[in-house]
Design a protein around this ligand. Structure first.
Ligand code: MLT
Length: 312
């Protein structure tokens, strides 16, 4: 009889919609990056990528959800530097940072900017530092929970000025930004992918970027170094993960689709308007993401142990 050509495993993958978990609320920076990349990847893969926002505990709840998901290529996670910092910040995680995931690739490295409510008195970074030191029991800082990028930047800022502040945690900096614009919370450090438009529309104040060079997307906003806080730089790198044990043919297709998406002119243009650029093909690989994650877990451990008292 006809020779049975066993279709190579996963030749037809993906055959149904894929879920991509964002471990923060809708409308925030991680959600913005994910929806842009997922929309382009789904064109490449010929299947819908459904974004599922699973917020809480600084991104670790969403990461834990994916770590436990079926390793069949249909549940993915897009997460950022918090994947590395949470490894030190949390005594007990529902997953093992360096063992529970397979890797698709790096996505983009997003700058941060220190922003404030329009009602908040200080008008520049020096004024902010003086003001929060003089009013340390009154001032409120917003973040997206311990392990969030906004938490990391806040910890570094409070450590730099040696002043612990009251933090107000949200499930994402999307909702935090709403309260900031309304004046319910005083200031925060957030990614440009969430704040660039509100800064341009003067709905919030921008004191400084956490970059070595000023950002073309934020003309007139000085770097922290220029504004009086030297060496205050932090970039929020993002990666796409799958549960450990996901078949390699599926991972290979996902990496190929990611590389295509990061060269999609629409993705490149939208990222540029939000102050960031996609990584290169070489970085949009499993090896590059695994290397980055391992390096960052090791890099932030001593920093957090030293500044930990600000990481309440
Ligand atoms: C963070 O602070 O980690 C992110 O801004 C949270 C988010 O993407 O909402």
């Amino acid at each position: 009889g006809a020779a049975f050509l066993a279709s190579p495993a996963f030749a037809d993958y993906p055959e149904r919609a894929i879920t991509m978990v964002v471990p923060f609320s809708a409308g925030g920076p991680t959600d913005t990056v994910t929806r842009l990349v997922a929309e382009s990847m789904s064109k490449e893969l010929g299947q819908q990528i459904v974004v599922d926002n699973v917020g809480g505990a600084g991104g670790t709840l969403g990461a834990g959800r994916v770590a436990k998901a079926e390793p069949d290529g249909y549940t993915l996670l897009l997460h950022h530097i918090g994947m590395a910092t949470s490894d030190t910040l949390y005594r007990k995680l529902a997953y093992k940072t360096l063992e529970s995931f397979d890797y698709v690739g790096l996505v983009t490295d997003v700058p941060m900017v220190i922003v404030a409510s329009p009602k908040f008195e200080p008008n520049d970074l020096k004024g902010l530092i003086d003001y929060v030191k003089a009013n340390k029991d009154k001032v409120t800082y917003a973040n997206a929970g311990i392990g969030a990028a906004s938490h990391l930047c806040g910890m570094l800022f409070m450590s730099a000025i040696n002043t612990p502040l009251t933090t107000v945690p949200y499930k994402g900096t999307g909702p935090a930004l709403t309260d900031l614009m309304g004046g319910q919370v005083d200031f925060m450090c957030d990614q440009t992918t969430n704040t660039t438009n509100q800064i341009k529309e003067k709905k919030i104040k921008a004191y400084a970027t956490t970059t070595a060079q000023p950002l073309a997307a934020l003309p007139g906003v000085p770097t922290a170094g220029e504004a009086g806080l030297p060496d205050f730089t932090v970039g929020i790198w993002h990666g796409i993960y799958a549960p450990k044990g996901t078949p390699k043919p599926a991972l290979d297709k996902l990496t190929a689709a990611l590389q295509k998406a990061l060269q999609d002119p629409n993705v490149v243009a939208r990222f540029a308007s939000l102050g960031t650029v996609p990584v290169t093909n070489e970085e949009a690989t499993p090896a590059a993401l695994e290397k980055k994650l391992k390096e960052e877990v090791a890099r932030w451990k001593p920093v957090i142990q030293q500044a930990g008292q600000f990481a309440d």
